[in-house]
Design a binder for this molecule. Structure first.
Ligand SMILES: Cc1ncc(COP(=O)(O)O)c(C=O)c1O
Length: 335
């Protein structure tokens, strides 16, 4: 591990190292000779996923600052909000979540878990940004004598990204042990903290694999710039110079919008399940694996490319109203 990283306080929340698994049947179905899957869906904190790694640093900072309540923002099916609610409990804190409008009535999927975890939640007013509502809420809580710790959307600041610098170093050690040299490392890209940490960590480890983020929405116009910003923030926390590394973005697989199923994402969800018993989520990892399938089909990723696919979790969204994120009835029955 990197000594600069070891100096940053961390609260152990994730079960790591996560497995790095060969997926031979999925690889064959996709037209690849080999595919490795990094199982960050199994980080263990209330159904796992990538946010547990970021929260190890964010919650340690909150505890160090004497906070008694974590605040964060997202959609009502946010994996990040659910993970924050669980991390708060592990640290003996409370969580208050701010969701973007419109209000939803059905308590399903991640929202059901938020309720079970005893998180409070509120919706931003129509036209108000959740970040603005969170800032307001922080002031209200302070006025009431509480000590809030606001966490940005997706936990994607430099501190949160350190969780994925650590994950990249863990992956590097696993690859070294196996004697594998991937050409690409592929993950879903939302608020880009995962991508930033992976890009930075793999660069610091001297890996030459191309790091790819598959966009899951069109909300961030320039994901390379956003990723570099988070990397710079992380480097300043580590007191390290920012290396020139930058990710590649595949932004042509979003389809009609965030969380809206596409033909490729549906195919990815089914193929992973049926080839390997590997359950993806409909919003992030199905779009990301669908993107990889699209690139292989287009010949831009070759059969001999060795890809590491980062499974970032998110599976509770499968149990939200299926018409929101995927349509089991419309899924192709035979692939
Ligand atoms: C399951 C899952 N995968 C990937 C991502 C994207 O991670 P990031 O926001 O760091 O880009 C998220 C973000 O919420 C997520 O919930």
């Amino acid at each position: 591990m990197l000594p600069e990283l070891e100096r940053v306080p961390r609260l152990k929340l994730a079960s790591t190292p996560t497995a790095l698994q060969e997926a031979p049947r999925l690889a064959a179905d996709m037209g690849l000779r080999r595919l490795l899957v990094k199982r960050d869906d199994n980080t263990g904190l209330a159904f796992g996923g990538n946010k547990a790694r970021k929260l190890e640093y964010l919650v340690a900072d909150a505890v160090g600052a004497g906070a008694d309540v974590l605040l964060t923002v997202g959609g009502p099916q946010s994996n990040h909000c659910r993970s924050t609610a669980a991390a708060a409990r592990q640290a003996g804190l409370e969580a208050q979540l701010v969701f973007n409008a419109p209000e939803v009535e059905a308590i399903q999927g991640n929202l059901l878990l938020d309720q079970l975890l005893g998180a409070g939640w509120t919706f931003a007013a129509p036209g108000q940004s959740p970040a603005d509502r969170m800032a307001e809420l922080a002031e209200e809580l302070k006025a009431a004598g509480r000590r809030p710790y606001p966490i940005p959307s997706g936990g994607s600041n430099g501190l949160g990204a350190l969780g994925y610098v650590r994950a990249a170093l863990e992956l590097d050690a696993q690859l070294t042990q196996r004697g594998d040299q991937p050409t690409r490392v592929v993950c879903a890209a939302g608020s880009c903290g995962t991508l930033a940490g992976l890009t930075l960590g793999l660069a610091l480890a001297g890996r030459e694999a191309q790091v790819v983020g598959v966009s899951v929405s069109s909300s961030t116009p320039d994901r390379v710039a956003r990723t570099r910003e988070v990397m710079a923030d992380a480097c300043s926390l580590l007191d390290l110079a920012l290396p020139p590394a930058a990710p590649v973005i595949w932004d042509q697989y979003v389809g009609p919008g965030y969380g809206v199923a596409t033909e490729l994402s549906t195919r990815a969800l089914q193929t992973a399940a049926r080839a390997e018993g590997l359950i993806l989520d409909p919003v992030y990892t199905a779009k990301a694996l669908g993107g990889l399938m699209g690139e292989v089909a287009a010949g831009r990723v070759g059969a001999d490319d060795l890809v590491v696919f980062i499974h970032t979790g998110g599976t509770p969204a499968l149990f939200a109203d299926s018409t929101l994120y995927w349509r089991p009835d419309e899924a192709p029955r035979c692939l």
